[in-house]
Design a binder for this molecule. Sequence first.
Ligand code: ATP
Ligand code: MG
Length: 288
Amino acid sequence: MINMTKLKLAIQKSGRLHEDSMNLLKECGISINNGVNRLKAEASNFPLEVFFLRDDDIPQYVEDGVADIGIVGENVVLEKEKKVREVEKLGFGKCRLSIAIAKEKSYNTSKDLEGMRIATSYPVIVRKFLEKNNIQAEIHEISGSVEIAPGIGLSDCICDLVSSGSTLFMNGLKEAEIILRSEAELISGKELKEEKEELLKKLRFRIQSVKKAGNNRYILLNAPNDKLDEICHLLPGMKSPTVLPLAEEGWSSVHSVVNENDFWGIIENLKANGAEGILVIPIGKMVL
Ligand code: ATP
Ligand code: MG
C-alpha cells in the first residue's frame, strides 16, 4: 500500500508538550518508531506520519499544508494568527499567560498598566488585551528569559506563561493578571482532502475516547439490598449501574462509572448509605 493517504501530524520536537503528545498517540493505540534526532517518523499501525518541529513553527506548517494537523499550545495558535482550525482541546500543557510585576508594587486593575513598559514574547495577544481594555502601554518583544526584564531595567512588568509561579517568585515577581488560560490543542488546516478528513475523524474519535476515560473511574461496591435505590441514585453510570446478586443473601454488587471531579463526594455519600468494599479502577478507553 505504497500510495495510501497518510495524515501528517506536527508535534513539538522537544520541550513541555513533546512527551504528552507522544503519550496521547500511544494511548490512541498508535505506535511510532522515533529514532533520536529524527525530523520525521511513521506510525506502524495507523496511516500517520509525524513531524518533529519547534512549537512556534507548527501553526505555519499547518496553514501551508506541509502538515495536515498539529499539536500546539493555544497560546501559540492565538499569537501566530495563522489560518488554522482549532479542532480539539487536549487537556495537557495547561498554563496561564499572565502579567507579572515586581512583588513590592501594588496592582489593582488592568488600568494600572497605563504607561508601563511590558516585556513579552506574546506581542500580538498583549496588544489585543491592551486595546480591548483601552490601555496605552509600550510592548517590548523579547524572545526568551522574559522574567529577568524588570530586574535589568528593560521593562516595568512582563507578560509570560506561568504554571506554578515559581519562576516568577525566584525573580522577585508576582502574578498580577491572567490574560489567557491555555492548554495544548489539536489544530488542522482549514481544508483537508476528503480522505484526510476521514482519517482525522478516526483520530479524533480515539482522542475523545482516551480523554473521556481519563476523567472517569470504574467503581464496584457491595450494597445491602434495602439501600439499593439510594445507592443507584448516587451512581448514574453510562446508562444505569449494573446490579448483580452476591452469594450472601440480602446483598448486591453494584458496578458503575464515576467522574473524577465528583469522585470524593460520591464516595462519602455511598459510605453514608451503607456501601461496603468499594473498589475504584482506572479505565483505559471509553467508547460511547
Ligand atoms: P520550542 O523549542 O519548541 O520552541 P519552547 O521553549 O518555545 O519550545 P516550551 O517551554 O517547551 O516551549 O513550552 C511549550 C508549550 O507548553 C507552551 O507554548 C505552553 O503552551 C505550554 N506550557 C505549559 N506550561 C508552561 C509553563 N509553565 N511555561 C511555559 N510553557 C508552558
Ligand atoms: Mg517555542
